[in-house]
Design a protein around this ligand. Structure first.
Ligand SMILES: NC(=O)C1=CN([C@@H]2O[C@H](COP(=O)(O)OP(=O)(O)OC[C@H]3O[C@@H](n4cnc5c(N)ncnc54)[C@H](O)[C@@H]3O)[C@@H](O)[C@H]2O)C=CC1
Ligand SMILES: O=C(O)CCC(=O)C(=O)O
Length: 447
């Protein structure tokens, strides 16, 4: 059977075995499409069913999370941890708290994480978890009670050498603190590297908070450098206004670009003088406000409710909100606004039609598993510092991050060339990440 036919059969089986999990199907399809030429060169992968094994999580945990709100009402949420692949190291990946979370989302994120972590060059496997709990509008005490209940089940599945969660949508420094406190209390172990994204006062690492956003912008810089250009003077749009978006905006400004718009799930703000990132931090990190509050303090800016931020023309687009936020219509708007590069700060924000449209229009596109790998790479650096009971300076940590992103870019670029698809970062990232995992799985035998 030809490699393409084999891959088609495997994909059909994935869809049949995982019904209704459209995001997972989408993520698998993108990777399988890219690895067909690898199978042609490495028939040994097919002989021991590496792809079929890669598409099946090693372990999936689903659990009940009961908690009580401030009025004494009891709520029941569902918790998940999908331990996808540990060929390269302990399972590693964030936790997402958002009402949309279900098994298919956790599996898509876990699957992406496997290849991302491989690309990072760090000794970490891939996993992901979360809950359909919505922290929006909840008091700190409610969030704490939820986190404590969540960890009361999760603790038995995680550990420095087993599975190391971190943050994602809805899980930031506050939540990681509560989760860590409960893990320590239940296990009676001060196991620093059981979670990453910790506060600096108890084992967190410099630059982890900034790393995903900074890393995506370092990747953008490398993409522009490859075509003898730079971020200097570029008009940039960033979607979202959470952890990844805020630090992407900060780094774009430091490197001479201007971010003119950003968003949240209620709409977007357009500020032609450049988004005031300190104001954004105050609104989002401290006050947890909606984004329309921005225009109260910057009256020349405008807030546009319930519309896509991608209608604002830009040369560089950095989607940092959520999956499938760029479909065919948004891609068309970006292309007609003369966008040059799209760099995924979020996980899978661009759908397949958008990726195809960018390729046809010559818009360079970097997939999240390469461009947003700075976050998890910095998490691995946090684990390294925890293991050696050390802490590095901000400057040293940022330089490590920059080197890692440069290295990921180089490998994606070179792999795409090696396989005859120059400039195709999707192929470069999928092939390089896949090969690393496949080689380790081959070495470990049939497990
Ligand atoms: N935090 C991290 O280190 C990493 C995060 N990511 C990805 O980056 C993206 C953003 O994550 P964080 O910034 O950590 O989360 P966050 O919770 O700090 O921020 C999420 C942002 O996205 C917006 N958003 C969420 N759902 C939305 C929707 N349906 N429509 C419009 N806006 C929406 C929120 O309003 C918020 O501004 C996610 O795709 C996440 O998986 C990827 C790598 C690492
Ligand atoms: O830092 C980590 O372990 C996970 C980051 C993450 O969830 C991601 O890369 O999507």
């Amino acid at each position: 059977m030809k490699a393409q036919d084999k891959v088609d059969v495997i994909f059909d089986a994935v869809v049949r075995r995982n019904p209704g999990e459209s995001e997972f199907h989408q993520a698998v399809h993108e990777v399988l499409e890219s690895v067909v030429p690898v199978l042609d060169r490495h028939p040994e992968y097919a002989d021991v069913k590496i792809i079929e094994r890669i598409c099946e999580p090693e372990r999936q945990i689903i659990f009940r999370v009961p908690w009580e709100d401030d009025r004494g009402e009891v709520h029941i949420n569902r918790g998940f941890r999908v331990e996808f692949n540990s060929a390269l190291g302990p399972f590693k990946g964030g936790l997402r708290f958002h009402p949309s979370v279900y098994l298919g989302i956790v599996k898509f994120l876990g699957f992406e994480q496997v290849f991302k972590n491989a690309l990072s060059g760090m000794p970490i496997g891939g996993g992901k978890g979360g809950s359909d709990f919505d922290p929006k509008g909840r008091s700190d005490r409610e969030v704490m009670r939820f986190c404590q209940s969540f960890m009361t089940e999760l603790y038995r599945h995680i550990g420095e050498y087993t599975d190391v969660p971190a943050g994602d949508i809805g899980v930031g420094g506050r939540e990681i603190g509560y989760l860590f406190g409960q893990y320590k209390r239940i296990t009676n172990r001060y196991e620093s590297a059981v979670l990453t994204g910790k506060g600096l006062s108890y084992g967190g690492a410099q630059v982890r908070r900034e790393a995903t956003g900074y890393g995506a912008v370092f990747f953008a810089e490398e993409m522009l450098r490859a075509v003898h250009d730079s971020l200097e003077g570029k008009r940039v749009v960033v979607s979202g206004s959470g952890n990844v978006a805020i630090y992407a905006i900060e780094k774009v400004h430091q490197l001479g670009g201007v971010v003119v718009a950003c968003s949240d799930s209620s709409g977007y703000v357009h500020d032609d003088k450049g988004i005031d990132v300190e104001l954004l931090k105050d609104l989002k990190e401290v006050r947890r406000a909606r984004i329309d509050a921005y225009v109260g303090r910057r009256p020349h800016a405008r807030f546009v409710a319930d519309r896509s931020v991608w209608e604002v023309p830009c040369q560089v687009a950095v989607p940092c909100a959520t999956q499938n936020e760029i479909g065919a219509a948004e891609a068309k708007a970006l292309i007609s606004g003369n966008c040059m590069i799209v760099v995924e700060g979020a996980n899978m924000p661009a759908g397949p039609e958008a990726i195809r449209a960018f390729a046809e229009a010559g818009v360079r596109f970097a997939p999240g598993k390469a461009a947003n790998a700075g976050g998890v790479a910095a998490s691995a650096l946090e684990m390294q510092q925890n293991a050696s009971r050390d802490s590095w300076t901000f400057e040293f940590s940022e330089q490590r991050l920059r080197d890692i992103m440069g290295d990921i870019h180089r490998r994606c670029y070179a792999t795409a060339e090696e396989y005859g698809m120059p400039g195709n970062y999707v192929a470069g990232a999928n092939i390089d990440g896949f090969r690393r995992v496949a080689e380790a799985m081959l070495a470990h035998g049939l497990i």
